[in-house]
Design a binder for this molecule. Sequence first.
Ligand SMILES: NC(=O)c1ccc[n+]([C@@H]2O[C@H](COP(=O)([O-])OP(=O)(O)OC[C@H]3O[C@@H](n4cnc5c(N)ncnc54)[C@H](OP(=O)(O)O)[C@@H]3O)[C@@H](O)[C@H]2O)c1
Length: 335
Amino acid sequence: MRNSNRQWILRKRPVGDIKPGDLELVESPIPVPGPGQFLARTVYLSLDPTNRIWMSDIEQYMPPVGLGDVMRGGTLSVVEQSNNPDFKPGDIVSGISGWQEYDVMSGGQKMPKGPAPLPAYMSVLGMTGATAYFGLLDIGKPQLGETVVVSAAAGAVGSIVGQIAKLKGCRVVGIAGSDEKCRHVVEDFGFDACINYKKENIRDALKRECPGGIDVDFENVGGEIFEAILENINMKARIVLCGMISGYNAEGQIRGPANFSMILMKRARIEGFIIIDYFPRLGEFFAEMGAWVAQGKVKYDTHIVKGMDNALSALNLLFTGGNTGKLLVQASEEP
Ligand SMILES: NC(=O)c1ccc[n+]([C@@H]2O[C@H](COP(=O)([O-])OP(=O)(O)OC[C@H]3O[C@@H](n4cnc5c(N)ncnc54)[C@H](OP(=O)(O)O)[C@@H]3O)[C@@H](O)[C@H]2O)c1
């Protein structure tokens, strides 16, 4: 056990890209659990594009992280000491302990030990997988033979979306930022095609790979990629607005597409969603995704960076495309 608690504190709201000094790494005493509480040691911290949104004070779906507060983040932790009869030392607990090595908790979701490696519960069997599952199936409603496009295709959410769309019998075209990422999603995850948007003209490439037009867009990126997709949507297309990462480091509100009128012209549907709204239905997701993963029908990547002190530099990988699959910080050893 360490003798201090390393924590990342939000000091300034970033303007543009996150800069050194926007967050500060501090060492604090390890907290002591009170009655009904337990001490949780962080094993994995989830790094998510939305962390950048939480650092800002734009209109958002949760209160922004307060200046001077520990940075918010999803965690998988192990109970070290407990004054709570429902949690015993060694239990694995999922929660939102934030960017710190220890937290005092009074509850949380206990995770099973054994059926899948722990990082799976922070990726394909966690919020990432649930986002892909409910976003695609509930909002995108892909039908046999339709064409589904997914941006950030080699990322945590995108790589799962494409595999579910294949299970539903769709043509799946990914968009990603390198030849290696494109090769990976086609050869290892079974996508039909993938466009390297850094190398090819995205509009021409979409026309080539989606000759019958686009029926479902799982939108992770926004910006020019979204505009190029909108240019190619079919009548009654469904646009699952999951994220707009290309705008997260911009100043002020995130800009929408210049050709939004395509929604009108093509009588399309666009629906934004946030995974927290689906929490009451997580049981459906665990049952179906758990089986797909166990049967090898859905595969997943994790990109693990060691050490809580590396959390901030690791977060930037999401914005430079340096990650493939779900980005995690491993803050301490698995029990
Ligand atoms: N609505 C929800 O509840 C919910 C939940 C989870 C995630 N999300 C959203 O889903 C999206 C993906 O999240 P994730 O956790 O799975 O991250 P991720 O895809 O694993 O990582 C982000 C990827 O985005 C791509 N990217 C970054 N900046 C870009 C830009 N300017 N233009 C094009 N691509 C860019 C990079 O890949 P390349 O190398 O391919 O550029 C990067 O690897 C994000 O927009 C996130 O906010 C939404």
